[in-house]
Design a protein around this ligand. Structure first.
Ligand SMILES: Cc1ncc(COP(=O)(O)O)c(C=O)c1O
Length: 368
């Protein structure tokens, strides 16, 4: 065993300026006496929508709820099918099931592991109402093809941008392409709260107003519930923390890209292969995770562990093969690329406060 440890992630706030900014923000809320859906949430909604470049933003309780509420607001529910990726956090599919719709899993592209537009097209039926592309690992899906497909088939697109804060496609932030974009502020995300939180971006004024009602129990005004909504409110402390962190997002993402580049250079002499990232003009990954592929994944995981390097797998079981989704009947073989990927992907440590030296140590551990 090695004396040295490289943690998979480190959420400790070591930057003393940031720590002070966050504590000041929390203190402001503590002394305000207003803790849920108040001025901090309103200000953050404006600031984050501006960062993504949409006209409206609605703060909610989680990324899962951001997807559910978007579908609900678009009147998608029982009897409808929603096509999404099987290589994602199962929460994407849970959000679809929650509104009563049926998740249908299309396969992923063998290079980028994001939703394959050709496979999506094959899965469209008369019941299909929406596509939920997942910008996996902070990497953009092939949005041009997916948006064109949605347009010709009369489907709505709700982007799962839960791993893609600040990532860009054609020089525009992801989350600004669909009718709605869903974000998670789970602490490990590129922009993370100190608890749960979520967000919906949209240019559609009416949709934003509907979402604002639905997240608050479907209330049009106090004690007047015009729709069966959810209790999915963002609280003031999380919004204040996110306001303190948002100005640092671009810098953190730049650092993630630097570290990912360093890994890529180092991987050259190993049998590990970095997962493909769309790198055409105007595409910028948020590098939420750095994922390599190898047929001997489990052996690599053990070997890195013996050198003190923590790794994880995102995700070891494709969603259509999860016990909760077996009953849908999309068995093994229905998404062969995602199924193979689940056996060969390995996520290496990557976070903005990681040092070059840590990356070099991981690379050296892979070479030795
Ligand atoms: C791709 C993706 N979709 C959805 C979610 C759900 O977000 P949350 O955990 O905030 O509900 C996550 C995060 O876990 C995610 O990574």
């Amino acid at each position: 065993m090695s004396d040295r440890t490289v943690r998979f992630n480190d959420l400790t706030i070591c930057d003393t300026d940031l720590s002070r900014e966050i504590r000041t923000a929390i203190e402001r809320v503590v002394s305000s006496g207003w803790y849920v859906l108040g001025p901090e949430v309103e200000a953050f909604e404006e600031e984050y929508a501006r960062a993504i470049g949409t006209r409206y933003g609605v703060g909610v309780a989680s990324g899962t709820d951001a997807i559910s509420l978007s579908l609900m607001a678009l009147d998608i529910g029982a009897g409808d099918e929603v096509v999404t990726s099987p290589l994602t956090a199962t929460f994407t599919a849970l959000a679809i099931s929650r509104v009563g719709a049926r998740p249908v899993f299309a396969d992923v592209d063998p290079e980028t592991l994001t939703l394959s537009p050709a496979s999506v097209e094959e899965r469209i039926t008369a019941r299909t109402r929406a596509i939920v592309p997942v910008h996996l690992y902070g990497n953009a899906c092939a949005m041009d093809a997916l948006l064109e497909l949605a347009e010709t088939q009369g489907l709505v697109v709700v982007e799962d941008a839960c791993q893609a804060h600040g990532a860009r496609y054609r020089d525009r932030p992801l989350g600004a392409f669909g009718r709605a974009g869903a974000f998670s502020f789970y602490p490990t995300k590129n922009l993370g709260a100190l608890g749960d939180g979520g967000f919906i971006t949209t240019d559609d004024e009416e949709l934003a107003a509907t979402l604002a009602r639905l997240r608050n129990g479907g209330q049009k005004s106090r004690y007047v519930h015009t729709e069966v909504g959810l209790n999915s409110r963002l609280d003031e402390i999380q919004a204040a923390v996110l306001r303190a962190k948002l100005p640092h997002l671009e810098r953190w993402n730049r650092r993630r890209r630097e570290l990912a580049g360093r890994y890529e250079e180092g991987l050259d002499e190993t049998e590990l292969r970095a997962t493909g990232v769309l790198v055409r003009d105007g595409v910028l990954s948020a590098r939420h995770l750095f994922v390599v592929r190898t047929p001997s994944r489990d052996a690599w995981m053990e070997r890195l562990a013996s050198r003190g390097v923590q790794t994880l797998v995102h995700y070891p079981v494709p969603v259509h093969l999860q016990p909760a989704y077996r009953e849908l009947g999309q068995g093994e073989g229905s998404c062969p690329v995602a199924e193979e990927a689940a056996t060969s992907i390995l996520s290496l440590p990557l976070y903005p406060s990681m040092s070059d030296d840590d990356v070099d140590y991981v690379v050296e551990s892979m070479r030795s």
